[in-house]
Design a protein. Structure first.
Length: 421
């Protein structure tokens, strides 16, 4: 029996109810950014480039992210002695306590390759490559003990946690490490460039800064396929390189060091051979698909011995998505719902529901579209203009919750520009 519109509406209402009841569990900066980035990826999925795309650039950011970074970097230039600088840094952290700042820039290129048919299946290959850079800055109060000392210094000094150090208020952690019996001459030489940069807090109750930076690049072949009128999907084989750094920055470190994040001498870049797989089915006006992205096939190279493992890791991203297309007068209307899941966050965190409405002419080459979407944290408004060989899209994510795990979610803005032929 064919499902009715009422059936789909009931399903949408069920998803809406689950979304409003869901609570995020991603206070950790890396896990927090992982969830946010996958929400960004959902928006990118909803505007997936076709076979004819050449270039796509997009950015997500908080409106005041640069202001917060500039203010943090200027603390070490505060007039007065060290105590005055620490007082200014403490005031800054208290001012932005329980807040977060996010920035992500993504650039993709596509080179279409001729299509062909084998055994009744049409294959549509492309060569795709690109890169993205993400930055997340959380500020919040967390208990700090000597067991957390490794979180205050670059990853290459992870063994510092086993040295039994007991820093005093305001003490240089790296200097203490060099003086400890657990470090030899070579380790002391490697640690010397980090002197006068990382300090134990004078007041452990003061909020800390949790900066996280991730960069990655990918290149490979994406092959879409279509079988008959119902089945579709793709296989994407590519190299995925990833590097990141996560730190905890105290008020004392901010007061004495102008660099909010001091990149380590040794990076943790890891390059994997990976694949994405999608399988979908469409019937009448209903379309649904499942996909698994970033499936690790093999490690091509890494720098674990010197830089450690990536904080982000290489866990696959699972996704389910369904949509229903209909016409309302001269408008195209498409409600949709879905979910995404990765190890870093809970099942309910990846739920979303929404709808698109638009009007297009000349084979969809010219037109306007508007999308509204609700997930566990934000409601997203997205207008898009399509102009023959170019596309411009703006998105605004507005929080629907005042606090998540003790942190206030922020409004996020995005702009995407795409060229195709």
């Amino acid at each position: 029996m064919k499902p009715s519109i009422q059936t789909y509406l009931r399903l949408l209402c069920l998803v809406l109810g689950i979304i409003f009841l869901a609570e995020a569990q991603a206070a950790d900066p890396v896990k927090r950014y992982t969830l946010l980035e996958d929400k960004f990826r959902t928006i990118e999925m909803l505007r997936a480039p076709g076979h004819d795309f050449l270039f796509d650039v997009s950015a997500w950011l908080n409106a005041d992210v640069q202001e917060v970074i500039d203010e943090a970097e200027g603390l070490s230039k505060t007039p007065g002695d060290t105590a005055a600088k620490i007082a200014a840094a403490t005031a800054f952290l208290n001012k932005y306590d329980k807040t977060e700042q996010t920035l992500r820039v993504n650039v993709d290129f596509g080179i279409p390759i001729f299509s062909f048919t084998i055994g009744g299946i049409k294959f549509i290959p492309d060569f795709r490559f690109g890169f993205n850079l993400g930055f997340h800055l959380g500020i919040e109060s967390r208990p700090l003990t000597a067991a957390d000392i490794a979180s205050l210094v670059p990853a290459e000094f992870a063994e510092i946690a086993s040295c039994g150090l007991n820093p005093a208020a305001g003490e240089d952690i790296v200097a203490l490490y060099i003086a400890a019996a657990c470090s030899d001459a070579s380790e002391e030489a490697a640690a010397t460039p980090y002197l006068n940069k990382y300090f134990w807090p004078s007041n452990a109750a003061t909020p800390s800064l949790f900066p996280y930076i991730k960069g990655e690049a990918h290149a490979g072949f994406l092959v879409n396929w279509i079988k008959g009128e119902n089945w579709f999907g793709h296989v994407n084989l590519y190299a995925l390189g990833r590097s990141d750094v996560a730190l905890r920055v105290t008020a004392d470190t901010l007061a004495r060091n102008a660099d909010t994040v001091d990149l380590p001498e040794e990076d943790n870049t890891t390059i994997n051979a990976a694949t994405d797989i999608q399988l979908g089915y469409t019937h009448n006006k209903m379309t649904a698909y499942a996909s698994i992205n970033e499936i690790k096939i093999a490690t091509v190279s890494d720098n674990i011995a010197k830089g450690g493992e990536t904080n982000y890791g290489f866990d696959p991203l699972f996704r389910l998505h369904g949509e229903y297309e209909m016409e309302l007068a001269f408008l195209d209307f498409k409600p949709f719902a879905g979910l995404h899941k990765r190890k870093a966050y809970d099942f309910t965190d990846g739920l979303y529901v929404g709808a698109e409405v638009g009007a297009f002419v000349w084979g969809d080459r010219l037109g306007l579209m508007f999308r509204g979407m609700l997930d566990t944290e934000h409601i997203t408004f997205t207008p898009r203009a399509k102009l023959w060989f170019a596309q411009l899209e703006y998105s605004l994510k507005v929080p629907v919750k005042g606090e998540i795990d003790g942190v206030k979610p922020s409004s996020l803005h995005s702009l995407d520009f795409r060229l195709f032929f």
